[in-house]
Design a protein around this ligand. Structure first.
Ligand code: NAP
Length: 437
């Protein structure tokens, strides 16, 4: 590795939305970066698939190459920034860089949520540093606060809006009353949703990010597959209107909690009281609400994606690497090899919002109440809305064990008076954290 005392030599793996933003900021903020790093920083090699591809920010073509072997074996490079995305060949390239003693910065949540342990082990074996601030929350600093600023506290709970696409879609549906497909189409037109938005709307992007947050906050190795998830495609405009009437905003939340040696981790649409700070996070913004045993409640808010916000998070990692380059052990993460005991969603306790389409005749409510009672589900509020010969019952339960609620739901669907249950959404109760200080 070249002497970091004189120059920090960076290799970019990928130069699309984020990579070209990094290139742009390294040039534009040269002085600020040099001051923060204590040494000049320069990008000397850039790996791409097609050098003629148009890029969001102009890049000098002399740096571009399609030869991964040549770039990865360049002795002069100190730090690789992986902004290619996907699992392969990103995984192979990252491991190769670490095995040759290079430091690594990655924005790739999918890779870390699936192969984080392998990557951290390779870094430890080769005295390399891995940084990944941009992998969760785009430009929002969250990994560093969890790792360093809150390093002396015990983190109890994390609740995040970590996917801008779904937040935009739900916000648009709430404000305009449009249905899911129209709101998604609008998000695609504005560039807030990918042409293939599957990973966003099904919750798997948020699940990868939650797995990374859990690993750092709870010092375990968690994978995205261990996170329970539900997407937002079943949400109806009527549910959002009902939620608002009852004093709630509906968000796709990534929620994780520590319970002794076990962790619960889930991503699903959630109704959250309008006076909770997360309820006000709208459009494509992200926010991560963290509860620390001693520090209490904190919220981190900002642009969760986009070229320059995300590139800024990457430059922050460049600064940290340059400052710690003489003591890489600071950023070893042996905890990523710790197995993680994740609670089954069946064991979790939450409130539920449910809509039942029923036949409008006497005795219906009694039949429904009987099913709830037999399954130990008690009700916080019930509203009946008449629709001619049919009616809609909108209810919210008290806190209930998931398994009991799901048993009641199945039984209700079997009743002759229940035509359908079009909506079930979990409701987050948010008593202010009293602390264990
Ligand atoms: N976009 C965001 O707002 C955002 C926010 C946070 C994190 N991230 C993460 O950042 C990473 C990059 O995202 P992005 O939006 O910048 O992606 P992108 O615009 O698709 O850029 C990907 C880049 O990687 C290059 N590349 C892909 N496969 C390659 C291969 N096999 N060999 C060589 N080069 C290859 C592409 O080359 P060509 O240009 O030649 O095609 C392109 O320059 C992803 O992990 C993503 O999840 C993105």
């Amino acid at each position: 590795m070249s002497s970091p005392d004189r120059f920090l030599n960076v290799g970019l793996l990928g130069c699309g939305t984020i990579g070209s933003g990094v290139y742009h900021l390294v040039k534009k903020n040269k002085k600020e970066l040099e001051r923060a790093c204590g040494m000049p920083v320069g990008i000397s090699r850039i790996l791409v698939k097609d050098p003629d591809e148009p890029r969001p920010f102009p890049v000098d073509k002399k740096f571009l190459s399609t030869n991964s072997e040549e770039i990865l074996s360049d002795e002069k490079i100190d730090v690789f920034i992986e902004v290619m995305g996907g699992i392969e060949p990103a995984r192979t390239f990252c491991l190769k860089a670490l095995k040759s003693g290079k430091h690594l910065i990655t924005a790739n949540k999918e890779l870390l949520a699936r192969h984080g342990q392998e990557i951290m082990e390779a870094a430890a074996e080769n005295d390399s540093i891995v940084m990944f601030e941009a992998s969760v929350g785009g430009g929002i600093p969250i990994i560093c606060p969890l790792e360093s600023s809150m390093g002396g506290d015990r983190i109890k709970k994390i609740m995040g809006i970590v996917n801008g696409t779904t937040n935009y879609v739900l916000s648009n549906m709430s404000s305009s009353g449009s249905d899911f497909h129209s709101a998604l189409h609008e998000a695609q037109k504005l560039g807030y949703a990918e042409a293939n938005p599957q990973a966003d709307i099904e919750g798997s992007d948020a699940a990868s990010k939650l797995a990374i947050l859990c690993s750092v906050a709870f010092q375990v190795g968690m994978s995205g597959e261990q996170v329970y998830r539900e997407g937002i495609n079943f949400i109806r405009p009527a549910d959002l209107a009902n939620a608002a009437e009852m004093g709630y905003a509906t968000k796709l939340l990534a929620i994780a909690e520590r319970d002794g040696e076990e962790i619960s981790a889930r991503v699903h649409p959630t109704m959250i009281p309008l006076d909770h700070p997360l309820a006000a996070v709208s459009g494509n913004f992200n926010a991560i609400f963290v509860v620390g045993e001693s520090v209490g409640e904190l919220m981190f808010y900002g642009e969760g994606a986009g070229s320059l916000p995300t590139a800024t998070a990457i430059l922050g990692d460049v600064v940290k690497i340059s400052r710690n380059i003489k003591d890489p052990s600071v950023f070893r993460r042996p905890y990523w090899s710790n197995p993680c005991r994740v609670k089954s969603v069946d064991e979790l306790t939450t409130k539920f919002y449910m809509v039942l389409e029923v036949i409008d005749r006497p005795g219906v409510l009694a039949k429904i109440a009987k099913v709830f009672g037999e399954n130990k589900v008690s009700l916080e509020s019930v509203v009946q809305k008449g629709l001619g010969g049919e009616a809609e019952i909108v209810l919210i339960t008290h806190e209930v064990v998931e398994k009991n609620f799901q048993a009641a739901r199945s039984e209700l669907l079997g009743l002759d008076v229940v035509k359908d249950i079009p909506s079930v959404i979990r409701v987050e109760s948010t008593e202010a954290y009293e602390g264990q200080r």
